[in-house]
Design a protein around this ligand. Structure first.
Ligand code: EPZ
Length: 431
């Protein structure tokens, strides 16, 4: 298994370019199932979850072309016929976002056989709200042998009020409602930019969606959707990770190809901590050479402080003067990285959903274990300021959501290398 080896101490200097958003690309790829015509997606990040989604859609009968060479951030999907509208446990267990095919398959094929995702390192993460919403749209649902079997002659528009804000739940049901008979009004929806990006693509495919990006979304169902071309938004979580890297290492980096408007809560928090940032239309400059002071953070749904930035922020808090209380309100078990940071010398105490981080404590290099995608990013950040060479194991987690992270970090002066099997070679289209 791959490991990353990082020698800490270098301030990061220079420019790093942000890739497309994994959490927008995944639902947009699933949306291609809603039409038999070609959907072209650009700015697709080269991360493992995209490869998993390619395999998922191909297994159903869709033609999926992941671009090569100069076109390597472009994907072409054509779901002419879907002879196997199902998502196997083998694939769903490696990427729970596979459940995003549930709504599109019922809407397009009248049937979906999708594995239940099972537990996850960061929390229970059930999909009951996806299922409840599909039932409101008239689908018949049976769950047996670990699979959801959903059927419907044609879905019917309905009123849906989410008991809880769910990002992929909102996306799944917006996709299902596009081909329903009549209008669907959804309330208490997720407002994440990735939801709005999906709706943008669907409207280009001929859907009638209003209000995406707000808590109330209206979808007027249509008989069919057509092909379209769409550029995926930048990855705000990847951008946040590099911004914090610049702040933490006392460096001066320019993070380009990002959307500053999607990072307001982070930039405000960094101001509180004392980190200097400036931004232009598609870039953010971080000058980390100022003392950092402690600041509490509460994770919330967008536009609040994202849970996907919590682990990275915790790494920064270990190097801030004073006590920061980090409260995780979205997932019940998202502090696995804290214990690894403690192994590196951080002073962190966990009390239920609160982590009490006392800084500033010098970090020393150690062998640490990544438990999930954002936890591994937090360990990489800590290693950049630790004394000595840190070895991070199980970095396959980081490959799921960060494109070539070691090359990007090397590009701004980090001492980082990967040991073990390199990222698996790309296979031919539909191979
Ligand atoms: C999305 O996951 C993201 N994944 C996650 O990013 C992100 O952490 C999360 O939203 C929150 O922002 C993708 O977009 C692919 P939720 P999702 O449904 O949609 C509960 C990363 O690091 N819930 O908004 O699965 C759930 O347990 C990943 O890139 C139900 O109870 O998250 C959680 O407590 C990790 N029933 C809360 O709602 C449901 O049916 C929010 O989860 C659905 C969710």
């Amino acid at each position: 298994m791959d490991k990353l080896v990082i020698r800490g101490g270098n301030p990061l200097l220079g420019t790093v370019r942000i890739s497309g958003a994994k959490n927008a690309a995944l639902p947009c790829m699933a949306a291609a199932l809603l039409t038999e015509e070609e959907v072209i997606l650009e700015n697709i990040p080269q991360v493992r979850d995209i490869e998993t989604t390619r395999r998922l859609l191909s297994a159903m009968g869709a033609e999926v072309e992941l671009g090569y060479g100069r076109a390597h951030h472009r994907t072409t999907i054509q779901a002419r016929t879907l002879n196997a509208p199902q998502a196997s446990y083998e694939l769903v267990k490696t990427m729970r976002a596979s459940t995003l095919v549930l709504g599109p398959l019922v809407a397009r094929c009248g049937r979906a056989h999708v594995s239940l995702p099972g537990g996850c390192a960061i929390g229970a993460r059930p999909i009951d709200l996806h299922i409840k919403g599909l039932e409101r749209l008239g689908a018949k649902i049976a769950t047996e042998h670990g699979y959801v079997e959903a059927t419907a002659t044609r879905l019917k528009g309905a009123e849906i009020v989410f008991d809880k804000i769910t990002v992929t739940g909102t996306e799944d049901l917006v996709m299902a409602a596009t081909l329903a008979d009549g209008e669907t009004v959804m309330q208490n929806c997720a407002c994440e930019p990735e939801v709005a990006d999906l709706a943008d693509l669907l409207n280009k495919m001929g859907a009638k969606i209003e209000g995406a990006g707000t808590s109330i979304i209206r979808v007027k169902g249509v008989a069919r959707l057509h092909g379209a071309k769409h550029r995926i938004i930048p990855d705000r979580i990847e951008a946040a990770t590099f911004i914090i890297a610049g702040a933490l290492t006392g460096g001066d980096i320019n993070v380009t190809g990002c959307e500053p408007a999607h990072l307001t809560s982070l930039l405000q928090k960094l101001q509180e901590v004392g980190v200097k940032t400036t931004h232009a239309s598609e870039s953010i400059r971080v000058m980390g050479d100022t003392p950092h002071k402690a600041a509490d953070v509460n994770t919330e749904e967008y536009p609040g402080f994202p849970t996907d930035m919590q682990a990275q922020y915790m790494a920064l808090a270990t190097q801030a003067d004073g006590t920061s209380i980090v409260t995780e309100n979205i997932f019940e078990n998202r502090f696995m990285h804290a214990l690894e940071l403690v192994r590196m010398g951080a002073n962190i105490k966990i009390e239920g959903r609160r982590a009490i981080v006392r800084g500033k404590t010098p970090l020393s290099a150690a062998a640490v274990l990544a438990s999930d995608l954002r936890a591994s990013a937090s360990l990489v950040l800590a290693a950049l300021v630790a004394d000595g060479e840190t070895i991070i194991d199980r970095v396959y987690h980081i490959d799921r959501g960060y494109e070539h992270i070691e090359e990007k970090l090397k590009g701004v002066g980090a001492e980082i290398r990967r040991i073990g099997e390199i990222f698996p070679k790309r296979r031919g289209a539909n191979g």
